[in-house]
Each structure stands twice: as structure tokens, then as C-alpha cells.
Design a binder for this molecule. Structure first.
Ligand code: NAD
Length: 437
């Protein structure tokens, strides 16, 4: 299959590289000339484990190329994927579809033969209908089908997720779209990935329902963690205790500082807007959004409380800035709200992150970025783990205790036990850990 991927970001680049690895012929298109120039020189515009080797192999093999010229990329393609951003629209929280609509129109004008246009971006229900309208208006005689194929990969594990998905959702309205998507995903049959065909509108809803459900699971355990703190119970044992129930499952039951990232916050909000427009309120999701928003700043207050309440002039060492490990993505990261809350109380922030500093720098004012965790801790009044990067899992806690001005560890990801922190001479505050928390 000949595939054009419009938008070469976290989703488009990974999807395009994986499709080419399956043996398809892929052209990745992006408006951002710097991104394309970097990719042509083998430099990845994002940090994603394994991506550089995957791109290099397939580019060398002649199956993967990059261009800013959408018309050239689309010419002769069997399928054109739209993988552009759909951020929250400023002001009202609806998904901003301007990039999707613009891409649809450009694609329509560039089509040279029969093709399937596939929306991979996360888009509200009905967007496929609008894409189809735009395409038919711009290219009335084109033989074209419009399909929805939402993406479920997770940043930091994106290649594995793409190649071994739990399922592939294909929302189609005709046989052409069905046949092309089946051919594109045929290599994944070997991996036993179920390919579920639905209507286009159903596929669009599936993506939002999945993200809203996951956000709910996280928020649920976060509130249970608060209760555990109040009553002297341990949320990690509660998670294990409920997660062993097959109907619940163990994943997404790690209490923490609240969800962030480029998807859950904007997608839950966009889903609520759709529900509002349709006058079918989603009250559970409404509560999730409110609780999670409040939680992030509350984490700043939790740190301050652990430090005795008054943090003015005190230094906080923050480990981990990205919204999760193994990515450089800073979009809606909890660290942003936590740091802001602490700075509002007069704290001085020293921070370390393995990959996120370039993206964090423009978003964080007056933060001192440090070359390693120990440097960040040097002379600080508290050490706060915000993101659970692997390299924070085996810190030399005794050395940390020696470097800190006040030996306090606030572990917002529960990666250490109370006992090991105390054995190293650190006071310990975790999430939802009874008397210790
Ligand atoms: P991104 O911002 O990293 O990438 C989008 C890219 O599209 C940018 O490089 C931009 O320059 C390019 N672009 C915009 N308009 C264009 C046009 N007309 N022509 C060519 N290029 C254009 O975004 P992302 O994180 O990859 O997300 C893309 C979509 O996938 C979003 O809808 C998102 O919700 C969804 N999604 C993201 C993830 C994730 O983990 N990031 C997971 C699943 C789904």
C-alpha cells in the first residue's frame, strides 16, 4: 500500500514509521520545515524510545520519506492519514478542528486517483462527516472514501503499542475503506490484533470513551488515596486488592499527582462539550475533570504542608517534569501546576528531567534546571518526585539525605517504600499511604 501521513508529530511519525516497517510505502508530510529537515538528516524531532533506529532502517530501505510538499506526498496514495493536532480550542474546550479541516481541504485538492482519507487524529463525533463534506466540495469528482481510525498508542511505549495493539478500530462507511484498512493492517493479524470495524461515528466515540474511562480510573484511585491518607490505610495495597479482581484489572490504578499529558485533559474536555451540545450530560466525566484539575495544584500544597507549611524562600528539588516517563512531552504535565503552586507560595525551584528540559524551559519561569538529580537536591529543603523515570527508581537515598538541607522526600509516584526512605535518614511522604503519607 502507498500511504501518505499528514502530520509528523508523536502519532504521525510513529504510525508512519511503523507502517513502513510493515513493508508499506510511506511519505510523512508536515508543514513544519524544521521538523522535516531534521528527519531528513536522521534527527528525531521528539524523544521516543526506539524511534530513531526504526526511522533510519526504513528510510534507508526506501520505504519511508519526508516532505513538506503535501501534494507530492498525496499523489498516488491509496490511503491518506490525517494525524495533525486537535488541541483544546482556546476559550471553550471544544476540540480545535481547524488543522484537520485545513488538511482535508489540501488533501482533496491534491488527490490524483481513488483514495481513502483516514482520520487518525482524535476528533469529536461527526468530524468524519464534515471531512467528507469538505473533500466533496473541494474535489467533487474524486473517488474518495472517508474513514476513522483512532490511535491508542501511548507516548514512551509508542512503537510497541502500535505494533502490538489491544485492538484496531476502523470506522468505515463503505467497502473501499474497509478493504484498504484491512490491507494496511494485515501485518498485524500475525500479532493477533483484533481489527474491529464499526461505523465512522462509533469509531470516533470509542476513542473518547476509552480515554474518559481511563481518566476516570486514575481519578477514582486518586480519591481513594486521599481517603487512605485520612484513615491510615495504604492505597497501594488497595490497588492490588481491587486490581486482582478480573472485572477491575490492575492497570491504571496507580495513585499519583493527577493525570496530564497531551490527550486525557483535552479529550475529556472535548467529550464534555459534545455531551453538552447533545444535551446528554456525562456527569461522571464532569466530576473527573473537576477533581483532576483541583488535584494538581493540591499537590503543590501537599508538598508545602510536608515542608512545614511555609515555603517562602525555601528550595524544592523537583525530579521529573514530563507528564510521564520516556517522553519529552510537557503538554499539560502535572509538574507545571505543582511548580506554579509552589512558586506562588514563594518557593525556589531546582529541577531535573532526563529528556524534557528543552520543552519545559519555555513553560517554566524562574526554574533552575540541573544536570542530574543529586545536583538538584544539593542544599534543597525537600526532594519531590513528580515523574517516575526509571533513573529515579534506584537513587542513592543516603547520598540524597546528605545533600539535602532538610532530609525530606515527597514521592508523588510512590516509587519508594516508607521503610527504605527512613532507613536512609529521609522523612517520607507518599500518596495515600496511611500514617506515613
Ligand atoms: P503533534 O502536535 O505532535 O503533531 C501534529 C503535527 O501536525 C505537527 O508536527 C504539525 O506541524 C502538523 N500539521 C498540522 N497541520 C498540518 C497540515 N495541514 N499539513 C501537514 N502537517 C500539519 O500532535 P500528536 O501528539 O501527534 O497528536 C496528533 C493527534 O493524535 C491528536 O488528535 C491527538 O489527540 C491524537 N493522539 C495523540 C496521542 C499521543 O500520545 N500524542 C495518542 C493518540 C492519539
Amino acid at each position: 500500500m502507498r500511504i501518505a501521513m499528514i502530520g509528523t508529530g508523536y502519532v504521525g511519525l510513529v504510525s508512519g514509521a511503523c507502517f513502513s516497517d510493515f513493508g508499506h510505502q510511506v511519505v510523512c508530510v508536515d508543514k513544519d520545515a524544521d521538523k522535516i529537515a531534521a528527519l531528513e538528516n536522521g534527527i528525531m524531532p521528539i524523544y521516543e524510545p526506539g524511534l530513531d533506529a526504526l526511522v533510519e532502517n526504513n528510510a534507508k530501505g526506501g520505504r519511508l520519506s519526508f516532505t513538506t510538499d503535501l501534494a507530492a506526498g498525496v499523489a498516488g496514495a491509496d490511503a491518506v492519514f490525517i494525524a495533525v493536532g486537535t488541541p483544546s480550542r482556546r476559550g471553550d474546550g471544544h476540540a480545535d478542528l481547524s488543522y484537520v479541516h485545513a488538511a482535508a481541504e489540501e488533501i482533496a485538492r491534491a488527490l490524483t486517483g481513488p483514495a481513502v482519507i483516514v482520520t487518525k487524529s482524535t476528533v469529536p463525533v461527526g468530524t468524519g462527516d464534515e471531512v467528507e463534506r469538505i473533500v466533496r466540495e473541494a474535489a467533487p469528482t474524486a473517488e474518495v472514501s472517508v474513514a476513522s481510525n483512532p490511535e491508542f498508542l501511548r507516548e514512551g511505549a509508542a512503537i510497541g503499542d502500535f505494533k502490538h495493539p489491544d485492538r484496531i478500530i476502523a470506522g468505515v462507511e463503505d467497502d473501499r475503506a474497509k478493504d484498504v484498512l484491512r490491507a494496511i493492517y494485515r501485518p498485524l493479524n500475525l500479532n493477533k490484533a483484533p481489527l474491529l470495524f464499526t461505523s465512522r461515528r462509533t469509531a470516533e466515540i470509542i476513542k473518547y470513551a476509552a480515554n474518559a474511562f481511563l481518566a476516570t480510573k486514575i481519578t477514582f484511585i486518586n480519591e481513594i488515596a486521599d481517603l487512605c491518607e485520612a484513615v491510615g490505610a495504604d492505597v497501594q495495597d488497595v490497588s492490588r486488592g481491587i486490581g486482582l479482581d478480573n472485572r477491575i484489572g490492575p492497570k491504571f490504578l496507580h495513585a499519583g499527582p493527577g493525570y496530564g499529558g497531551s490527550c486525557f485533559p483535552k479529550d475529556t474536555l472535548a467529550l464534555l462539550k459534545t455531551a453538552e451540545d447533545e444535551q446528554t450530560p456525562l456527569r461522571v466525566v464532569e466530576a473527573v475533570v473537576k477533581v483532576n484539575d483541583a488535584r494538581k495544584r493540591a499537590m503543590g500544597r501537599k508538598v508545602a504542608k510536608a515542608m512545614g507549611g511555609d515555603v517562602r524562600g525555601k528550595t524544592v528539588a523537583v525530579l521529573g517534569l514530563t507528564f510521564k516517563p520516556n517522553t519529552d512531552d510537557m503538554r499539560d504535565a502535572p509538574s507545571l501546576s505543582i511548580i506554579q503552586a509552589l512558586q506562588d507560595e514563594g518557593a525556589i525551584i531546582r529541577a531535573y528531567d532526563p529528556e524534557g528540559v528543552d520543552q519545559a524551559r519555555p513553560l517554566l519561569k524562574d526554574v533552575q534546571f540541573c544536570p542530574d538529580p543529586y545536583d538538584a537536591a544539593d542544599g534543597a529543603n525537600a526532594l519531590v518526585i513528580v515523574t517516575e523515570w526509571d533513573e529515579f527508581r534506584a537513587l542513592d537515598l543516603q547520598r540524597m539525605a546528605g545533600m539535602l538541607a532538610d532530609p525530606l522526600l515527597v514521592d508523588l509516584r510512590n516509587i519508594y517504600s516508607v521503610e527504605e526512605a527512613r532507613a536512609a535518614g529521609l522523612a517520607y511522604v507518599g500518596i495515600g499511604r496511611g500514617q506515613a503519607g
